[in-house]
Design a protein around this ligand. Structure first.
Ligand code: 13P
Ligand code: 13P
Ligand code: MG
Ligand code: MG
Length: 389
């Protein structure tokens, strides 16, 4: 049986226009780079995909996970693409490349990475999901539905190969820890963690018993790496399907519900995740709503057959309509929570600068400042403002 590694590396190397989409010249450049690596035999096959302003390099090879050579290839491709983005003065050229040079593993350098090594089955269908204007925790809800909720996935009940359930590797991205919990018996524990999507994110899912790798997600948190907001961590997820794993339709079905995710405008708002076709994957309303595409593939001896545009299906029209209705409703809140994210999640935006600016003007109010104190403060501020003018 052929062992194949599937590596998806994604990054925002420049938006066109603003953060809404990607410029075609960047795709052309990336395809040139990867074609030359394929000609040299470094990789078996590749596709360049995108969602919104994020480019994803889907590559197959036989070098296993965390291959320095493959990660460097991804990094170098983004560096070359960034040169094109800079020439065109695209928005945020090189946005996700946080490091000056390649350090050996792309993880922790800005780009997101999801990869999986497996033995090709007789038929190997899988879906690469890519999202824009959100973060890795956005996969928690749909991934749980696919692999642990029998009301979504009848296969969990009627296919004996899935009866033992699945195990979930869950990362605590703030403390850099990982735990493995088992569904179905620990499903309440799993939900206790993964419901907190900004802290706990699913990293991998395996079938119990034979440990078959079933799904994997990118989990890189740009703000935690950079120490400030530079863009959201628009994530990727690979899900294998059929033959003892959830069927293709069981894997796509969770997206028929446009669940709320963090992200959207300035990475600071809650909004519905809208499943859309490749063609419609350009978020331009309030830089959103957050979007997901599904690129379906089969794989044959390492060669990619596809992609099929999985959400290009009228079956998802209601989800899109609902997402637009939810978007209208959420937008009506303007700068108020829960549309705007709570303060701990605004920590990496420009809000701390505003807090700093007014720091002196906060007064103790344990016994309550008098109206006079507040009036004095107001008068003092007015003098300051006059001085500034
Ligand atoms: P087919 O009978 O079309 O192969 O479909 C089987 C299945 O599992 C659909 O989810
Ligand atoms: P991206 O993370 O997709 O670059 O979006 C950033 C942003 O601020 C959108 O308003
Ligand atoms: Mg961007
Ligand atoms: Mg993006």
């Amino acid at each position: 049986m052929t062992k194949t590694t599937l590596t998806v590396i994604k990054a925002d190397i420049g938006g066109f226009v603003g953060h809404s989409a990607i410029h075609p010249d960047l795709i052309v450049k990336a395809e040139e780079e990867l074609q030359s690596s394929k000609d040299k035999g470094q990789i078996k096959d590749f596709r360049v995909l995108w969602v919104g302003d994020d480019m994803a390099l889907v590559m197959t090879h036989d070098k296993g996970e965390n291959s320095k050579e493959i990660h460097k290839l991804g990094w170098d491709t983004f560096v070359e693409g960034t040169k094109v983005a800079k020439k065109l003065k695209l928005y945020g050229a090189g946005q996700d490349l946080l490091s000056e040079g390649f350090s050996g593993n792309i993880k922790g350098m800005g780009p997101g990475c999801a990869e999986m090594e497996f033995e090709e089955r007789t038929s190997e269908p899988f879906i690469v999901f890519l999202a824009d204007k959100t973060s890795p925790g956005a996969w928690n809800f749909p991934a749980y539905k696919m692999f642990a909720d029998p009301f979504n996935t009848p296969g969990l009940v009627i296919d004996e190969n899935m009866h033992a359930g699945f195990e979930f590797d869950i990362m605590d991205v703030k403390n850099n820890k990982i735990i493995t919990l088992k569904a179905p018996e620990e499903s309440y524990k799993i939900l206790a963690f993964i419901g907190a999507v900004e802290t706990y994110v699913i990293k991998n899912i395996r079938r119990r018993g034979d440990k078959m790798p079933s799904a994997t997600m990118s989990t890189d948190k740009l703000s935690l790496l950079a120490g400030k907001y530079i863009g959201k961590d628009d994530p990727a997820m690979i899900v294998r399907c059929q033959s003892g794993l959830p069927a293709v339709g069981e894997v796509t079905n969770p997206f028929a519900f446009p669940h709320l995710v963090p992200g959207w405008m300035r990475g600071s708002h809650t909004g519905p995740m809208m499943p859309c076709s490749f063609e419609d994957s350009n978020p331009s309303r309030f830089d959103g709503p957050p979007r997901v595409i599904g690129a379906g593939f089969q794989i044959a001896e390492g060669m990619l057959v596809g992609p099929r545009d999985m959400f290009n299906d009228p079956g998802f029209d209601n989800a899109r309509q609902k997402a637009n209705d939810i978007a209208d409703y959420m937008r009506m809140h303007g700068p108020f929570e829960p549309h705007r994210l709570p303060p701990d999640q605004m920590e990496y935006t420009t809000l701390p600068k505003i807090q700093k600016e007014v720091k002196q003007r906060w007064m103790e109010c344990s016994d309550g400042p008098s109206t006079k104190d507040l009036a004095d403060q107001h008068a003092y501020q007015a003098t300051k403002d006059d001085e500034l003018e």
